[in-house]
Ligand binder design. Sequence first.
Ligand SMILES: [Zn+2]
Length: 902
Amino acid sequence: MEKIIGKKKVFVISHSHWDREWYMAYEQHHMRLVKLMDDLLDLFNKEPRFNSFHLDGQTIILDDYLKVRPERRSEVEKRVQEGKLRIGPFYILQDDFLISPEANVRDMLIGNQESKKWGNRVNLGYFPDTFGNMGQTPQMLKLADLKYAAFGRGVKPTGLNNQVFDNEKYTSQYSEMWWQGPDNSKVLSVLFANWYSNGNEIPIDKAEAKKFWDEKLADAEKYASTDNLLMMNGVDHQPVQKNVIQALDVAQELYPDYEFIHSNFDDYLQAVSKSIPKDLGKINGELTSQETDGWYTLANTSSSRVYLKQENTKVERELENIAEPLSTMAYNGTTDYPHDQLRYAWKMLLQNNPHDSICGCSVDDVHREMMTRFAKAKEVGKFVARDAIATLANQINTSKFPQDSKPFILVNTNGHEKTEMKTVEIEWERALFADGKPEDQYEAMKQAQNDLSEFKVIDQTGREVPFDFVSSDVRFGYDLPKDKFRIPYMALYITIQLNLTAMPAFSWKVLALSKTNQIRKPEVKQYYDADERILENNWLRVSIKDNGSLNILDKKTNREYDNQLIFEDTGDIGNEYIYRQSVDQKTVLSSDIQAKIKVLQNNFLGAKIQIQQTMMLPESADARLEYERQAVIDITQRKAKRSDKLVPLTITTVITLSKNADQLKFKTSFNNQMKDHRMRVLFRTNLKSNYNSADSIFETVKRSNHVSDSWKNPTNPQHQQNFVNICDDQGGVTIGNLGLNEYEILPDNNTIALTLLCSVGEMGDWGYFGTPDAQCLGKFTFEYSIAFHDQSIMSQTETYQQAKTNQVSIQSIQTSIHTGKRKPESAFMTLKSDSFAVTSLKQAENSSGNILRGYNLTQNESSVDSNILSKAKTVNFIEEDYPTKSLNMLEPAEIKTYKFSF
Ligand SMILES: [Zn+2]
């Protein structure tokens, strides 16, 4: 017995890493899941010594299974409650970086709710396959009430005898380590140093078992910091090993000095945490394989199939920043909030957020199905938002407006003030089908259109607001009253444009379109000088050069930024995971081409200038690439070049400078007919800095502009959410984007390269999977922006906030003239903070109060000023009480969730 003391314990955890969709369509994987679960439930009946099965950290697997086998629900329930099936804590296994902070929270929140329906969740933040890990994970897990983390990528284990230097933040001598976030939260973490398959397919034959265990035990011991060794019995889509208990009996016989335990994460982690050594290493912040050769960081998945990223961003904004805040405002203090509809939409969206899905690194069938899910989630969001804004409009008093005017409500649903040149459509007159034949009504409205006179736009005091008449239109419309049959009609619509300046967070105002007898004096002020090709307002002076590139003077700092907005096209012979430039390194730049310039708008509201460049680009890679794909030649060994055949690509960019904005907005479109290439837009900052700051998950992450000594990849792609910034001690440049998640800092003058589109023809990874859709042929539009700041943090964070609010337009709806309890110009709440980036305003899950969440954009202490604070407490991600030191103070990089009611 004395030998048992000090015996090494081998914890064998049976699992299957379940990519719901990847190199096969969802249903192909799904049908295999049914078999896995059937086998598993049968095994629980047959083999009482089978401790448990780890269900991959995601509860959606249970829904997937029960869709096909609803009759086994009670069996599943029983096994979860017995601890045989270990479920949760997440809803899906997401990609950290490509989904919003809030999507990450909802994955945890819904995962927790789903787990609770069944029983307990595993107390482990599980990121086995995630392509790099977000820096705020330690704080986020704490806020999700999860004690441990496990992950497979991002850190290089160095082995027992390798020294770990203090300055190496991304290596660890052990497979267990402390992981510390930017707010100094720490979580005990396990790296799958020998991957999450190191105990897969354990042999039962003695000779084979000896060979297997000699190797596997040595590998595990090389990194383990304690006498508790982890063996992961499973891998991607692995069927359950039915004889694993017999295999462990064989192992026990062969290795009496070890204790083999068929186990689970809860027991393993408890054992580890009791015996961690004092010298356990610490890693910091985000883990993106900084200390590797740089080829397999998989960061290029941030630009693979860019249409997915664009759609994902739009749906996230629709749910997080439009539907939820509008519903919170409209249904405050009531039970009318559409919890179930929103959760349904969130689940639909989250189904697109697993790492193989949102990363765009699956086969075409998978990504086609995703587009349907995006559309469904978006439609639910639009429906909820429309209902909510109509409800809110009905609560707002519009009775002061003249009876013959048409009032409309404008709502800023952002948690920060917003300035926007806004286009609004107003229904001016309506002819019901009930009152006449459709064609007669159409004619009547056409007549009304011809007779239109002058208009004015007024606020609730009757004061005129400057606007521009854009167009009028007659077309069919219908109402769907909640208590009556549908009402079809013809209507005359009028479109106007106006500048909304510094609308406060979560505020609204009512304006109205009204007839006037006075002929409007056209305002003469213009913001574009066509002769000099200069766009100018109080903040910026932009000169457009012959080749379409820009020279921008930031008047705040009196600094000039030359060579902005240059398009760069290079060959791509890689795959959906990794960009690999063609070996000829043939690069085409728009700066070598004459641009055509056209004025689209130039009036007192602002200017829109169109720049058009036609680039001659290789139609694809040369023929060698097809051979290299078919022969599964590693992308680092490929030799393909670009084709000699050139075809034209016309790039159209609309630049907007509005009267009151201190930023330039860009909308670039083209019809991509080339294959095997990458298109980026370049902004040369010319600033001396060793770092850049990028918008990540609940974090503005500071990254080096330089690579480590071990780095071999000629490129250094990085992830971003809404913006990337470079600055020196005098100020800097922020490039905002809508769903363009990849950037790179080029050594040439610290140029920010923003990837617009990547075209590749194969999935990559472990074989050849052709993906014609990943060539991204067809029409694309890309939205991005540039803003400048001075040396103050406030000025810098303002450009960050602006990049965020650029993604969410001010919402509007027409309303009638009626009384209401809310004022015509007011706000749901007051909120002021330069550094507090709001991610969510929603009703609490249990309906008793509202939730406001955000985080500190900076590494400095900051504060929040709001009228909710006196009625608020702080809660965590799963909305349980979570007291913090102070309600209004923000610690560096702190994430804060307020629960409040009015
Ligand atoms: Zn995976």
